[in-house]
Ligand binder design. Structure first.
Ligand code: B12
Ligand code: NAG
Ligand code: NAG
Ligand code: NAG
Length: 439
């Protein structure tokens, strides 16, 4: 009876104007079910971006979501649930506050966005200290690298921080906003491998949110409006013949800009991007990217979080758990090259060897199977993230995040890979390069 009522209600409610066409509902639901499955996997840390993806879906498992936000609160309130002052003077806080570590701008921003999407809304007292911490991180992010003109973390995280404060209607200092506007005007959002779309999109969302805030002075609002227009024009320009804006994984973020600025119906680029996205749903295999895709597919944006409707939520989603791909019967051989072209390296070429592995093996499997060369074993380290394992160190050489060094993954022809080590499955006879790069 209740289900029937709920279904009736859902049928009567107008569809959100920007969501995927009705024919795609089954595929969208399947992706939501996969994200729920990933969120329920034991041993995975709760991720605030994943929570946002679950909450902005059109179907839910409300009990799982509630347990998930509890886990997030345990982590984040433990870290940011009291004043900066208290944290720096108590021995408990010490464990979490390491002067040489990066500000956690992006994750804290996503946590605050997630709380805004919780039904019913959490006690406002819960927000007070995390908001203060986020403001502090936006300053620290900048002060730590003032001479370089970019944040310590990234413009992506910095934009998320500004966006989260704005969604909560918290004042953002004008200077903080101006830093982002300057970066937008000077096109500083590009990364070394040329993928600026993701960052451009999140910055545009921040501008679009701020522009509507009451406390913003008229001149600044006009600047913000102009910046949104330019960013949207660049996103349209970045659309490729196949409809993707940037690559597969940046497309959902770009689509959010059209959703948030109410241009998904008038801008033809949107419909083409949606069609292209629907063609590529099975390439979304990591929790973080699935969550981003689901927002666009459901016609939602990070800005829309502030208009959550708690009454009509469908508690009907069932998780789907993906089996890990079974190794193929054949074997493949892949050439693995490790390059270290920065002055700090002992030599430029650290490793070059053939690695045998079962067909279908991921790059991560290959790294595990890589044979010793000379007297040196092949060693590497990773860090778990919601995008999968992030390669942090190879053959004892750790990338220094503060110097914007990272271990870049490239194909034999030198193009940057579009997935991480756990997702990339090299072909027989191909070459993979791990290169210590600057971004
Ligand atoms: C900034 C950024 C980077 C920076 C991160 C450093 C920094 N200080 O921020 C750098 C340049 C190092 C980077 C590297 C890579 N990135 Co990147 N990155 C991003 C971006 C724009 C934002 C990430 C972020 O801040 N998220 C928000 C924070 C709060 O979440 P977080 O979990 O704390 O984020 C951290 C990690 O996830 C990690 N990270 C960043 N990128 C990647 C990619 C993978 C596969 C993993 C496992 C981790 C990881 O760095 C983040 C900051 O500390 C996203 C865009 C997007 N759509 O999400 C792409 C994105 C996540 N990156 C992507 C890719 C492909 C890569 C590389 C594999 C590229 C390459 N060929 O080498 C490498 C990772 C290689 C490795 N060592 O494992 C893809 C992932 C696609 C997928 N299937 O999952 C994205 C979605 C871009 C895209 N549109 O294709 N990235
Ligand atoms: C801070 O972190 C760095 C690396 O993240 C580590 O090397 C250092 O020992 C830490 N310092 C303290 C006081 O915990
Ligand atoms: C694949 O490699 C494994 C281990 O190296 C070996 O035992 C197996 O016989 C190989 N299979 C084929 C089909 O070559
Ligand atoms: C390489 O690995 C083997 C097996 O794990 C180990 O016995 C050996 O000591 C390692 N060699 C070096 C140089 O670390």
């Amino acid at each position: 009876m209740w289900l029937l009522l709920a279904l009736l209600q859902a049928a009567v409610l107008p569809a959100r104007p920007c969501e995927a066409p009705a024919e795609a509902a089954v595929a969208v639901r399947a992706l939501g079910a996969r994200l729920l499955g990933v969120a329920m996997e034991p041993g995975q840390d709760a991720d605030p971006g994943v929570y946002v993806g679950l909450r902005l879906g059109s179907e839910h498992d409300l009990r799982v979501e509630q347990r998930y936000v509890q886990r997030l609160q345990d982590v984040f309130q433990g870290r940011y649930g009291r004043s900066l002052h208290a944290a720096s003077h108590s021995s408990h806080g010490h464990r979490h506050r390491n002067k040489s570590s990066m500000p956690e701008t992006g994750r804290l921003a996503l946590y605050l966005l997630g709380l805004r999407a919780t039904c019913p809304l959490p006690d406002p007292a819960l927000l007070r200290f995390p908001v203060t911490w986020l403001k502090y991180y936006l300053e620290k992010d900048w002060a730590g690298s003032r001479q370089h003109g970019h944040p310590l973390t990234s413009f992506y995280q910095y934009s998320l921080g500004v966006l989260a404060l704005c969604v909560h209607h918290k004042r953002v200092r004008e200077e903080v906003i101006q830093r982002l506007l300057v970066a937008e005007r000077h096109r500083h959002f590009g990364h070394a491998d040329g993928n600026a779309v993701d960052t451009e999109a999140v910055a545009a969302l921040a501008f679009a949110c701020l522009e509507k805030e009451r406390h913003i002075r008229a001149g600044l609002a006009a600047e913000l409006r102009a910046a949104v227009h330019r960013a949207r024009a660049r996103l349209v320009e970045a659309q490729r013949a196949n409809g993707l804006i940037g690559n597969t994984f940046s497309t959902p973020l770009a689509m959010q800009v059209f959703i948030a600025t109410d241009t998904c119906r008038t801008q033809p680029a949107y419909g083409r991007a949606m069609a292209a996205l629907l063609q590529h749903l099975d390439t979304f295999t990591t929790a973080a990217t699935m969550a981003q895709a689901l927002l666009a597919l459901n016609g939602r944006s990070y800005l829309g979080i502030s208009s959550m409707q708690c009454q009509e939520e469908l508690d009907t989603l069932m998780p789907v758990f993906l089996e890990p791909a079974a190794p193929g019967p054949r074997n493949v051989t892949v050439r693995l090259v490790v390059e270290c072209p920065v002055p700090e390296c002992p030599q430029q070429l650290l490793y070059d060897s053939s690695v045998p592995a079962p067909a279908g093996a991921s790059l991560l499997d290959l790294l595990r199977a890589a044979p010793p060369q000379g007297s040196q074993n092949f060693t590497f380290e990773t860090q778990d993230t919601a995008y999968g394992p992030f390669l942090t160190s190879v053959l004892g050489m750790a990338a220094w995040p503060k110097e914007r060094h990272y271990w870049q993954l490239l194909s034999g022809v030198g193009s940057s890979l579009q997935t991480g080590i756990a997702d990339y499955r090299p072909e027989d006879g191909s070459t993979v390069i791990l290169r210590l790069s600057k971004w």
